[in-house]
Write a protein that binds this ligand. Structure first.
Ligand code: UDX
Length: 419
């Protein structure tokens, strides 16, 4: 949907196809359900200008297309490989009705070699298959699409790849034209590099705790090195979301398929699980070592701030372990409502603090910084705040009469009241 609305905003005429009738009619009426800044506006403008439509039925929709973008999901399948059933099904469905010369473009993250498989499956030498991976982050997808760091297009038909690159001519971004395999690998290589970077940062944060150093200063010192860069250097409860976990597993599988043991990447995945365990141990320590029966207030459930996405959320993973170990969880996330098994989800941060032995920040929503922490302290039973995102100002927490511990930073202990 983001791809469709953004391509329409570049001046193209776009028909978005989905199998979900209800979703299609909601979108056709301009109702956008996902939390994605700027998207609803683009959808409204596209609909009003007649450049964007939403339909069910792929065969009719593609009959006169110059390009068809496959944006279907490629979830983690058996054994960690990408599940390509949706890509294959839609290719088989539309193969014989694509017009001559129409580019069949894969946006979905697909293993190296998929373009070739699609080319074979579509059975049409007159239909070039082009890989055009997207690098959109949730929560900033529209801004990422319209202000990309780069456009990558790859095909064994280079003229077709260039033509797809030209669809983005309005945007001021370098275009990397590649063969199909290289373009397909760029997406995995980039996402897995980001995962490696974060696992590395989380390991350095652990070292900081053991050595008495401060990760915020260490990463500040590292980040000014332009070869490293200042972004994607924040420690946390582990990396999650709908892309990094599935793409790291899929690349390990891709490597296995060519007999390469990608130990660096498997270590990064293991380190990510170890980080969750360390966070659980830290929370257990804050409640005296035993989680059974502890009342834990959880701030944040989404996999990162700015989204309501719970898929592969480290916050949810940590919460589930806490529940399994017998803790009682009261959770609040500004973008999440409804029921989550094992915990009580409330709609106000202060309810989380009520009678809590410890309050844990698991997602970096800015609003948690601006809570009245003195009021939170009043409501709490215990005095500990575990801030897995290093979001809060430790001085504010200590001034409120509480103790603060983050990740990779020195603890700030509550002042003992002298009566
Ligand atoms: C990611 C890629 O960034 C994007 O290019 C790709 O197209 C899709 O996958 P997204 O899944 O939306 O995007 O999330 P991202 O912002 O990359 O965060 C991934 C995870 O890393 C989150 O759990 C986030 O909390 C964590 N993270 C990110 C950190 O722990 N520290 C950081 O410094 C940055």
């Amino acid at each position: 949907m983001t791809t469709g609305a953004c391509l329409a905003s570049l001046g193209h005429f776009v028909t978005c196809v989905d199998v979900d009738r209800a979703k299609v009619s909601r979108l056709g009426a301009g109702r956008v359900d996902i939390l994605e800044p700027g998207l609803a506006d683009l959808v409204h403008r596209g609909l009003a200008a007649g450049r964007l439509e939403f339909v069910v039925g792929a065969r009719d929709a593609v009959r006169h297309a110059q390009a068809v973008f496959l944006c279907v999901p490629t979830p983690m399948g058996a054994g960690g490989s990408a599940d390509l059933r949706a890509v294959e099904a839609v290719t088989a469905e539309i193969g014989d009705v694509l017009p001559r010369g129409c580019a069949l473009v894969t946006k979905s993250t697909v293993p190296v070699g998929t373009s070739k498989r699609i080319q074979a499956l579509v059975g049409r030498p007159d239909v070039p298959v082009v890989s055009n991976p997207e690098f959109l982050r949730e929560g900033t997808a529209v801004a990422d699409f319209l202000g990309p760091d780069r456009i990558v297009v790859g095909s064994d038909d280079l003229a077709a790849a260039r033509w797809v690159g030209d669809l983005y001519a309005e945007l001021d971004a370098p275009v990397v034209v590649a063969d199909a395999a290289s373009a397909e690998l760029v997406k995995y290589a980039a996402n897995c590099y980001l995962a490696l970077k974060l696992s590395y940062v989380n390991s350095i944060a652990e070292l900081c705790e053991r050595l008495g150093a401060d990760i915020s200063l260490v990463t500040e010192g590292m980040g000014y090195d332009r070869r490293i860069g200042r972004t994607f250097l924040k420690p946390g409860p582990g990396w999650g979301g709908s892309c990094l976990p599935k793409d790291t597993s899929a690349l390990v599988k891709v490597a296995e398929s060519v007999n390469y043991d990608f130990t660096m990447l498997t270590s990064a995945i293991d380190e990510n699980l170890a980080q969750r365990d360390r966070i659980v141990a830290k929370i257990a320590g804050a409640v005296g070592g035993t989680l059974a029966g502890a009342r834990i207030g959880v701030l944040g459930l989404a996999f990162k701030a700015g989204t309501n996405d719970l898929r592969d959320s480290p916050a949810l993973a940590v919460s589930s372990v806490l529940c399994a170990l017998g803790a009682e969880l009261i959770a609040y996330d500004p973008a999440v409502d409804g029921e989550i098994a094992g915990m009580t989800v409330v709609d106000d941060a202060y309810q989380v603090a009520k009678d809590a032995d410890v309050v844990v920040v698991l997602t970096e929503w800015a609003e948690f910084k601006h809570l009245d922490w003195a009021a939170m302290a009043e409501l709490m039973e215990g005095v500990d705040v575990v801030d897995t995102r290093n979001l809060l100002d430790p001085r504010v927490i200590v001034d409120a009469g509480l103790s603060w511990q983050g990740v990779g930073r020195p603890r700030a202990a509550a002042r003992i009241k002298v009566s």
